[in-house]
Design a protein around this ligand. Structure first.
Ligand code: TYD
Ligand code: MG
Length: 442
């Protein structure tokens, strides 16, 4: 017996309160040793090692499988690569099964052979969902959990796509440890990976993330798989963001934006501007997520504080960055926030790390402090330095183009701007200091 960290799979002979590998607290659980031992020694072959020359290797490019869900295809880098092994993680109820049911339904309609393996939901439940989503139901369903026998069956079925919902529920009886434990997950994943590669079946595996750490998170799996996708978002808002954090066949940090509706997940490109409300005290900026520009809104509320230590609260924005911007506004622009509570909120449940949002956050703070509205149809792009200067940002042309496309009329941008020759109809206002921006709009 040994203890395994349920988050990262670290093995220890005694119980530990804190995992030395991943730093998780109270994550150790006792499990049987995981290795499946080879039945006899003769399996270890004495064959010489084959050394290959890359230039001699012939391969044929297999066409990728497009799902028709535009945002998913984008995140994958242009559809599924045959034989790829994909992990999708996310909080319970966020919509993983919904997304995969849609994928299964759409591809089944195109005539592909799909196997949906689910121990979490019954065949009736899955069928009901497929019908509710108005998709084809030519999908094969397996409700079993014993993976080794399932794999044997799958070898005769020969599907094009296998969905395993979820990896925590399948198990190998020879391991003796309970389903969902780290050793089970690792061995099951290994088996599935071999199946995906040998049979060239796109295999998508769902992994739950739990806070309690009792069920293994997908961390252990991330090393094994080709692609790691995370589905995230706030359940209340209906926005879902699909993020590729690892992708052997395409760009990482590409995001797909969906809206959860009664007809399942609808790609953002088919919806209206999700992150813009058009309210007059909201400042608009443009972030680059992966390769795509997204227009996002920030709203601020500055209100007289009755606390000894006024609040600085930010939703979707780094609170340290917020304090920094407030300090710059106080010191360099002589605004007084010292007796004010500050609340900043990014629309749509997005979390912003792009520094180009600085200018928009700063002007929205000033707007709320002075109780003066921001100009209409105006976008603010620029990082703010500690002395209040506006620093250039990358991909400015892409951002301006997106703003123009969405009907914006004016753009405040950094002065040191390497804008290539353009024919934008946008009025571009280069500024060197944050003070200049404020003087122009208030
Ligand atoms: P689900 O895909 O079951 O989540 P997960 O597999 O990640 O745990 O999603 C469940 C939620 O999605 C549930 O609260 C209902 C909602 N939902 C819709 O809003 N519209 C739909 O068409 C479907 C199928 C689900
Ligand atoms: Mg589910």
């Amino acid at each position: 017996m040994a203890y395994y960290c349920q988050e990262c799979g670290y093995k220890s002979l005694k119980w530990l309160g804190r995992c030395p590998e991943c730093g998780g607290w109270n994550t150790f659980l006792e499990e049987k040793e995981s290795s499946i031992k080879p039945k006899n020694k003769s399996r270890i072959s004495n064959k010489p090692i084959k050394v290959l020359k890359l230039s001699d290797i012939k391969y044929e490019v297999k066409p990728r499988i497009l799902t028709g869900l535009s945002e998913l295809d984008l995140v994958l880098g242009g559809g599924f690569v045959p034989g790829s092994f994909i992990l999708i993680g996310g909080d319970p109820g966020i919509g993983k099964s919904t997304l995969l049911t849609q994928v299964a339904g759409v591809l089944a309609e195109k005539g592909l052979k799909i196997v949906y393996l689910s121990a979490e939901e019954s065949a009736e439940q899955v069928k009901l969902r497929v019908e509710r989503l108005g998709l084809g139901d030519e999908v094969l369903f397996i409700g079993d959990t014993e993976l080794s026998t399932i794999i044997e069956e799958l070898k005769t079925i020969k599907p094009d796509l296998l969905i395993v919902d979820s990896i925590q529920t399948v198990f190998l009886p020879e391991l003796e440890s309970p389903p969902g434990g780290v050793s089970q997950i690792r061995e099951c994943a290994n088996l599935l990976m071999r199946f995906a590669k040998e049979q060239e079946v796109v295999t998508i595996v769902v992994g739950h993330i739990t806070k309690g750490g009792l069920i293994a998170g997908p961390k252990v799996l991330e090393h094994l798989v080709d692609v790691v996708l995370y589905l995230e978002g706030e359940k209340e808002t209906g926005f879902r963001i699909l993020r590729a954090v690892k992708n052997r066949f395409g760009p990482v940090n590409e995001i797909g934006v969906f809206l959860m509706t009664s007809k399942g997940l609808v790609p953002h490109s088919q919806c209206e501007d999700l992150f813009l409300s058009g309210e007059e005290n909201a400042a608009v900026f443009c972030v680059i997520e992966g390769t795509r520009p997204l227009l996002v809104e920030v709203q601020s509320l500055v209100a007289k504080s009755f606390l000894a230590l006024p609040r600085r609260t930010a939703v979707g924005f780094d609170p340290i960055r917020l304090s920094l911007l407030v300090a710059i506004l106080e010191k360099k622009l002589n605004f007084n926030f010292s007796n004010q509570d500050i609340y900043v909120k990014i629309s749509g449940g997005l979390k912003i790390t792009d520094p180009s949002a600085d200018m928009a956050v700063a002007v929205s703070l000033v707007s709320s402090l002075l109780e003066k509205p921001l100009p209409d149809k105006t976008i603010f792009i620029g990082e703010i330095g500690l002395s209040g200067e506006i620093k250039p940002v990358r991909e400015i042309a892409l951002r301006l183009k997106e703003a123009e496309k969405k009907g914006f009329k004016r753009a405040f941008v950094p002065e040191r701007l390497n804008l290539p020759k353009h024919n934008l109809s946008l009025e571009i206002i280069p500024c060197r200091k944050l003070l200049e921006v404020c003087e122009k709009i208030f």
